[in-house]
Design a protein around this ligand. Structure first.
Ligand code: ACM
Length: 539
């Protein structure tokens, strides 16, 4: 008797379990139009996508269930619920206690993905009654959630039932990135950007699976990060910016707030302290740092290459040790960028001496050094990374030294280059970069001397000589940075301009909803921000 009752209880529980989120029989069946998941305008394009032509109806009777030992899974589920709320107005419960009023479930599950190459591999299976997101790591689930956000249509279909339903095409997505490092850079030194402006940029980048934001924190025109042991760097060095419009700096608390905000989006912040050139603001604050002997004053112009630290003075290295130590201590990511570009006022032998010493300081503080490609002329450790922006010769040298390369060729990947001669903002010293040129190149084939195996990833830098707020930032960064996300995530054989062009056109409603001042290039037939669903009559 007892055994039977336990068995029947188990069967009952199993029955309840099977029905949990798996039925819409409490409400009249909805007849959905035929769908095609493969037509979803996803950017970046996933590795595999196949359609089963049915539909999952996202509505008020949907909930989200997260499993997994890592608390990151539930956090990502909450993130998804919040994004669904802001997009659709639907308030979906996460891990609902009572499944009574729930017809369909989105499962966020911790599962090993066979054959995954890294930590970001995920799969999404969309069926009529459930969406199952499988991944081993919360980071991968976060990427998967960006895919889901893109699949949910901007507007509901209100003709299918007595309630609004967002029609999600069924099928399977299996995905992982081509490059592990997918970045952008913001120059907060030439013009300062607020914490809120940086956060908005992070949100937009994360939506396109970009996982690195490099902050160019110091330059001739401004020092933008508080250093507690050298306070005048921020208070004096941070008081100006290009054009004489003020300045500003992040307190360490501000910086940590940005780091934490990025970390919630599985994005790594890379701090850059540019040296030995690009150091006028630091030397004005502490003149012993200066190696030029020229009169020092704060600078609000846009010339480069006139400043240098004194590379033969021990106290300069003690100073750098303090600065790197303080920044390393509040930077959880593995990298610290030391600039090293355009040090035209530093003698070549002094430059090599300097970079060699600074690399050791960065390592002492537990970080992996990144420098612009010029650093390859020093005696670099193979664990250090060269960011290729201008010199293929330097990049070749870096490859020969066993260093990894970040691909940021100015002619293709600099977000501050104008689109064309009539661009409202930007420069043109490297090139004009229209939206198609920004997309139509291959990081892995750009230079014979830089093979795929040496490439860590792609970064699109945004220098700020000509921009000073989010509106101007967005004009230069969007839509081009969306293309760089695809160049770094998507397999080479899956990238093509014509397909990308159509998918990019479909980003307009999202960008408009996010209040992004993107450049409406006439190479793209931008989709109207009012979603128009192709209705198929109910039978
Ligand atoms: C650079 O554009 N000076 C790295």
């Amino acid at each position: 008797m007892r055994i039977i009752s336990i068995t029947s209880l188990a069967i009952l529980l199993l029955f309840i379990g099977l029905n949990y989120g798996c039925s819409d029989n409490k409400r009249p069946a909805v007849v959905f139009p035929k769908t095609d998941l493969a037509e979803s305008p996803l950017i970046p394009m996933p590795v595999k996508m196949s359609s089963t032509s049915d539909a999952f109806g996202l509505d008020q009777y949907t909930a989200i269930k997260a499993t997994g030992t890592d608390p990151g899974f539930e956090e990502v589920a909450e993130f998804l619920a919040e994004k669904i709320r802001t997009k659709t107005g639907l308030v979906l419960e996460v891990n609902p206690g009572d499944p009574e009023n729930i017809d369909r479930m989105i499962y966020i599950q911790q599962t090993k993905i066979p054959g995954a190459r890294g930590k970001e591999a995920y799969q999404i299976e969309i069926k009529k009654d459930s969406i199952v997101v499988n991944a081993e790591h919360p980071e991968a689930v976060f990427r998967a959630v960006q895919t889901l956000r893109q699949i949910i249509p901007e507007t509901s279909n209100d003709t299918l039932a007595d309630r609004s339903i967002w029609v999600i095409p069924t099928g399977l997505i299996a995905d992982e990135p081509y490059f592990e490092f997918r970045g952008s850079m913001l120059d907060v030194a030439r013009h300062f950007f607020s914490v809120e402006e940086v956060k908005k940029f992070i949100d937009l980048l994360a939506y396109y699976k970009i996982n690195v934001l490099h902050l160019h924190l110091t330059d001739d025109q401004g020092w933008r990060i508080e250093i507690k042991s050298w306070p005048k760097l921020a208070t004096i060095g941070g008081s100006t910016e290009v054009g004489g419009t003020g300045g500003g700096f992040f307190t360490q608390e501000d910086y940590m707030e940005i780091v934490a905000y990025a970390a919630k989006r599985y994005m790594t912040i890379i701090p850059e302290i540019d040296m030995p050139g690009h150091t006028n603001a630091a030397s004005v604050a502490y003149p012993f740092l200066d190696g030029t002997g020229n009169p020092l004053k704060l600078y609000e112009g846009t010339r480069v290459g006139f400043s240098t630290f004194d590379t033969r003075r021990d106290s300069v290295y003690a100073f750098i040790d303090d600065v790197v130590g303080e920044i390393a201590a509040i930077t959880p990511g593995p990298y610290l960028h030391i600039g090293g570009d355009e040090s035209h006022a530093t003698r070549p032998a002094d430059y090599v001496h300097f970079i060699n010493k600074v690399e050791k300081i960065v390592q002492k503080h537990g970080k992996r050094m990144i420098g612009w490609d010029e650093v390859a002329t020093a005696d670099m450790d193979s664990s250090s990374i060269a960011q290729f922006w201008a010199s293929e010769k330097n990049a070749d040298l870096a490859v020969k030294k066993g260093m990894k390369i970040i691909m940021s060729p100015a002619k293709k990947a600099y977000l501050d280059m104008k689109y064309d001669t009539v661009s409202k903002h930007g420069l043109n010293w490297a090139a004009y970069i229209p939206v198609d040129t920004a997309y139509n190149w291959s990081p892995e084939r750009y230079s014979e001397g830089i093979p795929r195996e040496s490439i860590l990833g792609v970064e699109a830098p945004l220098w700020s000589e000509t921009i000073s707020n989010s509106t101007e930032l967005e004009y230069l960064a969007f839509p081009r940075v969306i293309g760089y996300s695809e160049l770094s995530w998507t397999l080479p054989e899956k990238r093509n301009w014509e397909g990308y062009r159509k998918r990019l056109a479909a980003q307009a409603p999202f960008l408009d909803r996010m209040n992004v001042n993107f450049y409406r290039s006439d190479l793209i037939d931008w989709k109207d921000s009012k979603f128009t669903y192709k209705e198929i009559p109910k039978d």
